[in-house]
Structures are given as structure tokens and as C-alpha cells.
Design a protein around this ligand. Structure first.
Ligand code: SF4
Length: 370
């Protein structure tokens, strides 16, 4: 059932190159997080999402400190070793200092054009809209320069509908996972979501539809299993899901920036694109990288864990990710105050030995079981 998704995730370059040829569109690499990829599609581009990779780091050490996160270091490494030849331009957001600086590095080091969706740190919707008005105009004209195609209201509407459909199908997958806990292996689930980073929407949507049809007919497996929720920025390295599978732990929901925080987003409203992008970026899930005091992560996460029937919450921490680190101690305390066990482990995307993580997950599972 999941083989087509595996084929994509384990042959990323080949798949992107083939799709690029078939579409005849320039590939735009999308850096984390929350860049509305609808804009790229509407401008005639082919967006692929770069949430880091498992390359061992070498050349990037000359430009980024060892205490930068492995997401930023690994995407830079990919460009430096010329592993992203098929990517013709990059779209950044300003969700953290590391990414803001990374864009400046790209501008200085590489001839490939970049655009940046600078996200405002301000409280009201009105202030956000005022700020984003000029930002979005500049992003759209930058994308049009890369692709040579003008964005029109028709192309925006079509792209919005395609991407909204993707997220709707992904949400259905999330609901099946929660309702029929144990039916989808954790590893299969995240491979399926990850495949969507690299495929054109129409191809990925069809694959998801086929999968959902098959899953719909299957019953929930019998037997008691431990249920948990994960929270973090990036759900890699995916090898870790095999540990959860081996220990009979079901991830019944998540709060990943490249998981539910993105999947939960509604359609990009294009009638007023400034209004639409403002709403898209800041809603509905809160994120440690978005200043939005009206959408507090503490009650949100407690509610998420309770609704999912989770017996605990694990924080999947990408080492040196400052925004995520700042939030974590208070979030863990709040969950514990509500009687929900919570803990964390830290990862680097290039890691290959998961023994220590296995020990931590096992210990957490034992603690939950009491
Ligand atoms: S993992 Fe954290 S520090 Fe790294 S790019 Fe993402 S938000 Fe920024």
C-alpha cells in the first residue's frame, strides 16, 4: 500500500528531475516553514519542500557554526555539494534567525535567485496585513521573475484548490490514524506525509486518494497499545519511527511544523491575497516560530493530547533550534500539571545511531504504563 510513497522518499532527486521534465516547470526549493506554495504553483513553478536531509556535514561548516540546527546546515550542504542542481530558485520564510541568515548566505554564495516571505512579529491582524502587503507583492514579482510566468487570479484559484485538496486528504489520513490506532505503522505514516514534499500536487493527491480508499476498508487491529502525541519542528530522521513501531507505541496525533501545523491549514483564500496569506500563515495551529499570543500553545497542546486520547506527549527536539527550545520547559510543565506525562529527546538529522533515543522512548513508555 505504501510502496509508491517509499519509492519517492528514497529516490528524491530522481523523482524531482523526472517530474520537472514532465511538467516543464522550474523547481523552486521551499525552506521551512509555512511558505504558501500555492504562490509558486500559480507562478508556473514546481515547489519542493526542503526540511533538511541526512547528509553528513562537511562543507557547510565553513559557513555555519556547529551550533546551528541540522536543518539549516544540511540544506546548505546539499547546495554546496551541488546535490540540488535541479533547483532553480529558493523561497524562504523568516521564521527564525537561522533561516534569515541562511537566505543572506544563499544570496552571497550562489547565483540562484531567492525570495523571502518575511513574517511580521506583531500582534494584530491589521498590523500583520499592513506589513505583509508589500512583502507579498515582492514575493510574487520575485517568483514571476524566476519562472517567467505572471500570476493571475485564475492560476491562483487553481493552485489554491490543488493544495487545499492535498491538505484535506492528509487530514483524512490523520483522522484514520487517530480513529483506527495501530492500523498505519508510524514509519509508513511519516513516509507518506514526507513524499508530499517532493511531488507535484496532482500526482500526490491521486496517490493519497488511492491509499485512503484502501485504508477505509480495513478494520482497526485488536490489542492494547500505548498512544502518544509528538511535538517538534521537523519529523525527521524517520528511522526513529521504527523504534516506536517495535515498541508497540502508536503516535495518534502530532504537532510538527511540517506535520499537523501545516496539514491543518485551510484553503488559501485568493480573492484578497494579502488577507489570504495572513490568515494562512497564522492559522489554525500555533507555532513556536510565530508570534501570536492570541493562540497560546499551552492549552492547545493539552487539548490536542486529551482529544487524541494520548497517554503522553514526547517533544522531538532538533538540536540547537532556539524557538523550539524556548517553549519546551513551560509546555512540559503545563502538560504534567494536567496529569499528562511529557518528556523530550533531541536529534540531529544526520545521526545514524539511535540507541540512546530508543532507551529514552522505552523508558517513557514504561513510565506511562506505570
Ligand atoms: S529547526 Fe529551528 S532553528 Fe532550524 S531552521 Fe527550523 S526553526 Fe530555525
Amino acid at each position: 500500500m505504501f510502496e509508491p510513497f517509499y519509492e519517492v522518499v528514497f529516490n528524491v532527486s530522481k523523482n524531482i528531475t523526472e517530474n520537472k521534465t514532465a511538467l516543464g516547470r522550474p523547481v523552486i526549493g521551499v525552506m521551512p516553514a509555512f511558505f504558501p506554495m500555492e504562490l509558486i504553483d500559480a507562478a508556473g513553478g514546481y515547489p519542493v519542500q526542503l526540511w533538511g536531509n541526512n547528509l553528513s556535514l562537511g562543507k557547510s561548516d565553513a559557513y555555519l557554526q556547529a551550533f546551528s540546527c541540522s536543518v539549516a546546515r544540511s540544506v546548505l550542504e546539499l547546495e554546496l555539494i551541488e546535490g540540488a542542481r535541479m533547483v532553480e530558485g529558493y523561497a524562504f520564510t523568516s521564521i527564525c534567525d537561522t533561516l534569515i541568515n541562511l537566505r543572506e548566505l544563499y544570496r552571497r554564495l550562489f547565483p540562484k535567485p531567492t525570495v523571502e516571505l518575511s513574517i511580521p512579529i506583531t500582534r494584530t491582524d491589521e498590523a500583520r496585513r499592513i506589513y505583509l502587503k508589500s512583502v507579498i507583492a515582492s514575493v510574487i514579482s520575485g517568483l514571476e521573475d524566476i519562472t517567467g510566468t505572471k500570476v493571475t487570479s485564475e492560476s491562483l484559484t487553481k493552485a489554491s484548490s490543488l493544495h487545499a485538496r492535498t491538505r484535506e486528504l492528509q487530514r483524512q489520513l490523520y483522522y484514520i490514524r487517530a480513529e483506527k490506532s495501530g492500523l498505519i505503522k508510524n514509519y509508513d505514516f511519516y513516509v507518506t506525509i514526507k513524499a508530499g514534499f517532493f511531488l507535484p500536487r496532482s500526482v500526490y493527491n491521486q496517490m493519497l486518494e488511492d491509499l485512503l480508499e484502501k485504508l477505509d476498508k480495513l478494520p482497526q487491529p485488536k490489542g492494547k497499545r500505548t498512544k502518544i502525541v509528538l511535538s517538534g519542528m521537523v519529523f525527521d530522521p524517520i528511522e526513529i519511527y521504527k523504534i516506536f513501531d517495535d515498541l508497540n507505541i502508536d503516535i495518534v496525533d502530532d504537532d510538527f511544523a511540517n506535520g499537523w501545523r501545516t496539514v491543518s491549514k485551510g484553503p488559501l483564500e485568493v480573492a484578497d491575497i494579502v488577507e489570504g496569506v495572513t490568515s494562512y500563515v497564522f492559522n489554525p495551529a500555533p507555532c513556536c516560530c510565530l508570534y501570536n499570543p492570541d493562540n497560546d500553545r499551552h492549552p492547545y497542546l493539552v487539548d490536542k493530547a486529551k482529544k487524541a486520547g494520548a497517554e503522553g506527549v514526547l517533544f522531538w527536539y532538533i538540536k540547537f533550534c532556539e524557538p523550539d527550545a524556548f517553549d519546551r520547559p513551560q509546555l512540559i510543565q503545563r502538560l504534567k500539571d494536567e496529569g499528562i506525562p511529557a518528556s523530550f529527546f533531541d536529534v540531529e538529522l544526520s545521526m545514524t545511531n539511535f540507541d540512546a533515543i530508543k532507551t529514552r522512548i522505552d523508558a517513557f513508555s514504561e513510565m506511562i504504563k506505570g
